[in-house]
Every structure is written in structure tokens, then in C-alpha cells.
Design a protein around this ligand. Sequence first.
Ligand code: CP
Length: 315
Amino acid sequence: MNKVKGLKTKDLLGLRHISEDDLNLILDTAVSMKEVMHRPIRKVPVLLGKNIVTLFYEPSTRTRTSFDVAAKNLSANTTNIALAQSSVQKGETLIDTAKNLEVMGYDGVIMRHNLSGAPHLLAQNIKGAVINAGDGSNEHPTQALLDIFTMKEKKGELKNKKVVIVGDIAHSRVARSNIWGLNKLGAKVVVVAPPTLIPKDAQKMGCEVSYKLEGVIEDADFINVLRLQKERQADGLFPSIEEYHKLYGITSERLKKCKPDILVLHPGPVNRGVELSSEVMDGPYQVILEQVTNGVAVRMAVLFLLLSGKKHRNQ
Ligand code: CP
């Protein structure tokens, strides 16, 4: 693996303020990382001796595991803090927890938290790199990076491509990071949801807003479908799951009205039969598991660009 210049920032906290150069550097580096993943031995020594910890205050299957695989593919040591067995249960603060990890020799913290802005606070208080693996309803930058990587891999440059994001936009950190990232690459973004699931400032983020799929998906290049996040929603934001599926679910019938090369993405986990019909989820238009594979490549790129060549922060 050739040495490339790193990111301009110490941390990866979101795509809102990332430079276009850094965004493209991550995406380009992920192409090389994907090549590493296809070698007979999927390991390069670029982060040998680096220590990385995953600190997740919310559940995760894909993000935490793929960061762990990504770090191991780069020869880093990884530790997962299981919060249920940690001293967080005794009332230790986030910053105190992270400072203790840092003096043990951790170079990077990958963090998911239910509060928007928690990784930003951590980044200001430790010398090591902080990677946001999802903060409240704010951002989930590596998810958007892997979505964008998958779109580019499938259809080339995204300038003037149309991406429809459908679902719970109001509570979705994935939607926000996608909108910021796609805008920087010149894609046209339309968000679709019931009015109760669209944030008031949606248009200010640089996307169009629609309350129905019809009239929007027919000329789309990609439909990125979001999970209904019951854990973040107040009750009564839409009448029923059945009605939501009828109005906003992506079904084979709806896809017949789209371009023949339409592609359907979903960050997972999927509520089968709600956001997507099972037929679509298992059908030819979706790229959901390819997204998961690409997540490892993108996270390898992020770890490499943030940590490679840097001395331990406490030195
Ligand atoms: N897409 C995503 O963030 O999945 P996990 O919650 O399983 O990490």
C-alpha cells in the first residue's frame, strides 16, 4: 500500500464540514482498500502497533463489527468496550472514560452515542482521533461514505445524479450525512417522507422535499431507504405501519415505474415489509449487502488516513 497524505483533520466527526478534497481522498483510498479485501491474505501492516477502541453507547451490528474488521485488516489492535460491563454503569463520564483509555495508549476512539454532538465534545478533550459512528440524529459519516462509495462504484461520478432519500428524515443521522456528502459531489437530492418526519430546515440543507414518492422516483438514479427509528420517535407521527408501507414502502410495483437501472440502498437494519417489501429486499435492484462490504473498505480508508504515520498522541 502506497503512503498517501492524511486527512486535514484530527477526527472524522461528520460530512457537513469536511472539505471536498478530504471527501474524495477517503473515497479514492477506499478503492485501494477494497482491493486489499480481495487478496488471499486480507491484511496490510500500515497500522501495526496502533490501538483502537470502539465505544458504543447504542446498539450496532454493522458499524462496530466493520470498524473492527477494518482495523484488523490494517494490523491494528482493537478493543470493544461493552458498556453494560464498564464503569459507565457506575456513573463515569464520557470524557473521563476516554481520558483513561487514552493514557493506556489508545490512538483512536470510534464512538456511537445517543446524544448529538457527543463525539465533538470528546474530540475537544482527547489528543487521539475520534471517529463518529453515529451521534443522535446528527451525523453518521462513515455510513454516508459507504453509501456514496457504493453509488459511485455502480454508476460513476455523482454530479447531476438524482438520489431520493425516503423515510424518517427527521430522526436520521444517515440522511443528514448523505445530504451533506452528496451535495459536495454535485448530486441532486430529494427527501421523501410524511410531513411529520421531515425536519423544518430540510431545504436549507440543500435538498428538495416531497411528501410522496410518485412524481419523484421515476427519474431517480438511486433510492436510499431509511429505517423507521421507533426508538427516536414520539408516538403518532404517522397513522400506522401498514399505511406507511402503502404510501412510502419500496415495492416491486413502485420499482416498475422507475428507470430500468434504478438501485435501492438501505443502511440496515431493515424492517422487512415496512420500508422495503421482502421481494425488493431479496431482489435484483438492491445493493444492501454490497454496501456492508464497502463499509469495511471505507472504514479501512478512514482509519488509515487518520492514524497512519502519526505518532502516539501522548508522545
Ligand atoms: N447502518 C448501521 O449503522 O447499522 P448498525 O446500527 O448495525 O451499526
